[in-house]
Structures are given as C-alpha cells and as structure tokens.
Design a protein around this ligand. Structure first.
Ligand code: ADP
Length: 660
C-alpha cells in the first residue's frame, strides 16, 4: 500500500474555525492533534516545523490526517502562503523506497507532519529530518465534555464522561444522530459492541507492524549486559537456524526494566534486526485497550499467534508490569486480573511446541510482576537498563547525529546531559538540527549548547564542599594505590541537573587477582567523599546518595556483591543478582545480608575517615587547587599525596629519633 498523501487541499482559516459545523469525531480529533502539538507554539502559529505524530493503538493514523491538516492551516493568515505544508501516513507496508525519497519531500515541505502508529517502522536516518516525535493521546474527559456541548449541545455528568470516553470515538460519532441524551448514545454503542457486530473493525485486529532492518545491536550503546545478552542470543539463534544448536539451549526471553526513554523498544527492534527475525510489537496496555476480558485475551492470543506464524520472531511486550501479580490483586477486580495473568501464562507456555519465538518484555519496574511469569522457561532473565553514563551518552549522540560531531561537541554535550535518557538525547539532537537549520548552516556546538537547559553558577560555599568531597576520594584512592587519572569539579550546573558536577576518574586497573581487600579498598574510596565532608564540615550533604550512580549506591551494591555472590562473606552461596534493582531486592528480602552490608559500609567509612584525617594537608592542597582551577591531573595529585606521605614519614622518623 502506498503511503497516504493528503491532496494539498486548502481550507481557509475562517472555515477551519467554524466549530458549530464540526462533527463530534472531527472536534475530538482536532483536539487530540492540538494537544500533541501544544508545546510547539511557533509551529502552530505558522512557523516551519516537521513532526512525527504517534497515533494511539485504538485509532488508525489515517483517520487523523484531516484534523492534522486543519491544525496546520490554523495559523496567521498572512503566513499561510509563505510555507508549503503536508501530512503523510506511513505504516508497515510503506516501502523503504518511500523513506529514501523522504529527504527531498522534507526539503520541499517546511511544515510537515508524518503520522504513524509505530515509530519503529520509520528508519532512524529518516527521523533525522524531524524536530520531534510527539505522542497523540486519546481525547481527555474535558475534550469529550467540550465536544458533546459544542457539537451536539449535550451536557454530560462525570459518570457519563467516564463511560463515553471508554468507547470508540467513531462509533459514538455514528450514534449521535438520532439520540437525545448522552446516556442514550452510550447505551446504544455499548449494546452494539456487545452484540459483537463491530468487533472486526476494532483496531487491535490490525496485524502488528514490522520494522525495517535499520539499527542493529552492534550499532547501539548504553545497554550494558542487555547488549551482551542480545549478541549471545543472536549467535545462538544463528546456530539454531543452522541446525547446530538445539532449541532447548536457546534463551526464551528477557525482561528489560528501566525508566521510559532508555531504549527498551529500540533494543527489541535492534535485536530483531541483528537476529534477522520478525519483530512483533505488542503491549499489555494495547491488549487492555481492546475492551472487555474476552477482547483482551483475543488480542493477546492474536499477537502470540502472529509471533508463532512469523517465527523466528521477537515478540516485544511493552508495559509488561501492567499485567500485575495475582497475589496482590484486591477483591474488586481479582477474578478479571487473575484470568489475564493466566491467559498470558498459557500463551507463553503455548510457545513450547513452536520453536523460534523469543519474548522481550519491557517495564519500568520489574517489582509487582507475577513471579510465575518470571519462572524458568518463561521470562527468567531480567536485565535493568540504566540511564546512560557519559561514554554511553557520547555513543548515543553518535547514533542520532552521525555527522558533524567532533570530539569537543561529544564531550561537552555528554558531560552536560547527566541523568538524561537516550530519548532525551535524541530529542536534543533534533532541536540542535532545527536550530542549525534556522541559521542555515550545518550543526555546530552552539546549536547543542543553546538547546541545553540554562547553566547557573554553583554558590561558592558549595564549590568548597565539592572540592573537599572530591579531594577526599582522590587522596584515599591514591593512598590505597589506585591510580587517579584526574579530579574535576564544575563551577556551573545545568538547571535540570539534580547533582553537582564533580568526579574523580580512576585509572583502569590491569588484570589482576582481586581479593576481599581489593573490594574493601574500592568501597573505602567510594566512602571517602562522605568522610572528608564530615571531617571538614561536621556532617555530609545529600550529594553522596539518593541517586543511581551515587557513591552510596555503588558502595552498597559492591558490598552486597561481596556478600551475596563473590563468597567474601560468611556464606559461599551464590545469588544471581547483578543489577542495582536485583541487588536491592536481595537486601530487602534478607535482613541479615542487609546488616552485613551495613557493617562493611560502616567499617569502610571508618577506614576512609582515618586516611582522610592522616592526609589533611594533601586534601586541603588538592581542594584549594580545584577551587581555583576546576581540575587536577594525575602527576599533581600524586605530588600532593606523596608530599604529605613524605612529611608524615619524616615527622614520624623525627618523633622516633626524638623519642629514642
Ligand atoms: P523505551 O522503550 O525504553 O521507553 P524507546 O526505545 O522508545 O524507549 O526510545 C525512545 C527513543 O530514544 C528512541 O527513538 C530511540 O532512538 C532513543 N534511544 C533511547 N535509548 C537509546 C540508546 N541507548 N541508543 C540510541 N537511541 C536511544
């Protein structure tokens, strides 16, 4: 099927504004588009802009093209003729040739909207030309209320709004003609649905979309152990296809957990591309949107059947945590929810007789998922996808802006985007490109910097705390024989960043035997920031904890690993918990382990405190250098630390001599 292309019909602004002639469906569709574009005020006032709009699963993208065109035209009349505009729809059938021609269309069409119900079908290269990917949300209760009033002159109470907003918009619009009240409309539509006459028109019946082979796992960064798992799986699948590996030896699936925007969907698509398998994109929320229990189970079974039919395939199930845990369901919906979980278990187990289907579940938090779903042979592998670290952020920048990024841009932008997700970085690249486009030049560092949140100066007293904190890490690391490559503090911070910018870069360690003492040294180095702050200021501030990647998080996890899987505690039992969430669960489920971890942390803090106290001179020298210059490199750190050590050595020799 060719992508739908709007004929460039023009509606005059005065026509577009005549809401009294708008049908209910049209009113709601326009409201949905306006809401999606609500932050793009320049675009809505007639300025150039190019957007991808992701349409909710309950609607067909094509039904929204008219509304999008209207919104495109609702701009200042004097600007209307300045810019050409267009709206296109793409779906799984859109040929790759069409995407190859897209750049030409984008150049010719400054005001452009591309609609789809699946972002994954749009190759990343094609996404480069757009300013943002925006989600179209279903109409809100306020939209329904306004539409009923403006188009039908009907007033609805809250209960009616609740009910009507659950119904397919087009069916409601169809039913409005002869009905005199909102309840009448709702009753008629619900009855029609119940009779199942219209079930086949439900959008969940559409075949799941496939994605073109764009990015592979090798090209992606920031996925940690998930990438290793995916590459191993790809090798196993290849061996299975060749007949050299039994299906019984291939992993059945994985559950990815991580904040929205960390690239879980992208991972599934890349995994499919790497394994040369079909991607079947499903989502628990989409199944739930199908309607009552029967419809939900039908939609779920449909996706599993599709995955079996298209094997080898990756069945991606988004929002996996919405499925719930049977042990936690309250009385009210228990029976419904239990049947949903049981239905999913049946579907997963049903794959046993059909080789070639791998399930990739994605969720924000893996807690609260029925343990039966995570049992061996089902989604028994769970991997957390953390927020990308600085190296990963550089790699993600290279993915989304492959050209024109020199080392300075990469380093400065990656350093300024601490705490950002891959999606945030992708959006930043788009904004930087738009900025460069407006200035009619290729992307430069300034385009990125101007799109970053404002930079503010860190108050002097905080700079001092940061300097002492980082000097503490550096000195303790150096005294314990861990090479310090550099120490750095930043005198400015971006408005969106919750943590002040200071860090110590340790030298990478050569391969060597690592004993319990090495791990205890690592933990003492992590605790040294707290130790130094406490020594100089009487207590420590919140910068050492609270967040993923903080000193306390890393020290706590390292201590947990020592006790729970490295055999460095009283027990030799191995627990398979590697990522922070799994380690945290382990601690919560075992109070004795938690106590032992705390003991390690306390004694490491004592050790760090002793070292900090014994090296005050070095700490003060490094801190005052950091306050003046912002950073210190390896030879300078070494010089300050060995200077103090020598002084200490000489002093004790003198004392010994005097005593003698
Ligand atoms: P999630 O499923 O975790 O919410 P998505 O996979 O939908 O996240 O990612 C949203 C956007 O962010 C995608 O367009 C993707 O290109 C980008 N993105 C996120 N993480 C990464 C990454 N590690 N590398 C490249 N792009 C990423």
């Amino acid at each position: 099927m060719k992508p739908y292309r709007m004929l460039p019909h023009r509606v005059s602004p005065s026509q577009a504004g005549q809401k009294s002639f708008m049908s209910l469906a049209r009113f709601l569709r326009r409201a949905m588009i306006v809401r999606a574009l609500r932050d793009e005020s320049e675009f809505r006032s007639g300025q150039p802009g190019r957007y991808i709009l992701i349409v909710p699963p309950t609607l067909k993208p094509r039904t929204l093209t008219d509304a999008a065109t209207r919104v495109l035209l609702e701009c200042k009349p004097d600007l209307e003729n300045l810019y050409d505009y267009d709206v296109d729809v793409v779906d799984a059938e859109t040929p790759s040739r069409w995407f190859r021609e897209l750049p030409v269309r984008l150049v010719d069409t400054p005001r452009y909207i591309l609609m789809t119900d699946n972002l994954q079908i749009i190759p990343h290269k094609s996404r480069l030309g757009f300013d943002a990917v925006l989600q179209v949300q279903p109409p809100t209760p306020a939209h329904w209320r306004a539409a009923l009033k403006a188009c039908l002159g009907l007033t609805a109470n809250n209960a009616e709004i609740d009910r009507i907003s659950q119904l397919p918009m087009d069916l409601v619009a169809l039913a409005t003609g002869r009905r005199g009240s909102v309840t009448e409309i709702i009753n008629d539509v619900e009855a029609a649905i119940a009779e199942d006459n219209l079930a086949e028109d439900q959008p969940t019946e559409r075949p799941p979309s496939r994605q073109p082979r764009t990015m592979t796992l090798e090209e992606l960064a920031g996925y940690g152990p998930a990438k290793t798992w995916g590459l191993d799986l790809a090798a196993d699948l290849a061996a299975w296809k060749e007949g050299t590996l039994d299906w019984a030896d291939v992993d059945r699936g994985v559950l990815l957990s991580g904040p929205p925007g960390t690239g879980k969907t992208t991972f599934a698509a890349a995994l499919a591309a790497t394994c040369d398998a079909q991607l079947i994109a499903a989502s628990v929320a989409r199944w739930q949107a199908a309607g009552h229990l029967g419809e939900l189970l039908k939609a779920m079974r449909h996706d599993f059947a599709e995955a079996r039919k298209q094997a080898p395939s990756i069945l991606f199930i988004d929002e996996f945590d919405s499925i719930g845990d049977r042990a936690r369901f309250g009385d009210q919906h228990a029976s419904y929810s239990i049947q949903v979980v049981n239905g999913l278990l049946e579907c997963i187990d049903g794959l046993d007789d059909r080789e070639g289907v791998i399930i990739v579940g994605a969720c924000n938090m893996s807690d609260g998922i029925d343990p039966a779903l995570l049992r061996s042979g089902r989604l028994d592998r769970q991997i957390a996808i953390p927020l990308p670290d600085e190296d990963a952020r550089q790699a993600i920048l290279r993915v989304h802006q492959p050209d024109q990024l020199d080392a300075e841009i990469l380093e400065r932008v990656a350093a300024a985007t601490d705490g950002w997700t891959g999606a945030d970085i992708e959006a930043l690249c788009r904004r930087a490109r738009r900025h460069a486009r407006k200035a009619r030049r290729t992307v430069a560092l300034d385009d990125f910097l101007s799109e970053l949140p404002e930079e503010v100066a860190v108050p002097d007293e905080l700079v001092e705390v940061m300097a002492i904190h980082e000097a503490g890490h550096a000195v303790v690391a150096s005294v314990l024989g861990r090479g310090v490559e550099a120490v750095h503090i930043s005198r400015t911070v971006r408005r969106d960043q919750s943590r002040l910018g200071g860090h110590v870069t340790l030298k990478s360690q050569p391969l060597k035997r690592r004993s319990r003492d090495n791990y205890l040294d690592e933990i003492a180095i992590l605790m040294a920031g707290i130790a130094a702050e406490t020594l100089y200021f009487g207590d420590h501030a919140d910068g050492a904890g609270a967040l993923h990647g903080s000193d306390l998080q890393m020290a706590t996890d390292l201590a947990t690993l020592m006790e729970a899987s490295l055999g460095f505690g009283p027990s030799l039992v191995y627990h398979d918990a590697q990522d922070p969430a799994a380690l945290d669960r382990l601690r919560c489920s075992d109070p004795t382990l938690k106590k032992r971890v705390d003991t390690i942390l306390q004694s490491s803090l004592d050790k760090a405190t002793d070292l900090v106290a014994a090296n005050r001179e070095a700490i003060e020298a490094i801190a005052s250098h950091l306050i003046r210059f912002g950073s210190m490199n390896e030879p300078e750190v070494k010089r300050r630390v060995s200077g103090q050590q020598n002084d200490v050595g000489q002093a004790s020799e003198t004392q010994t001599a005097t005593a003698a």
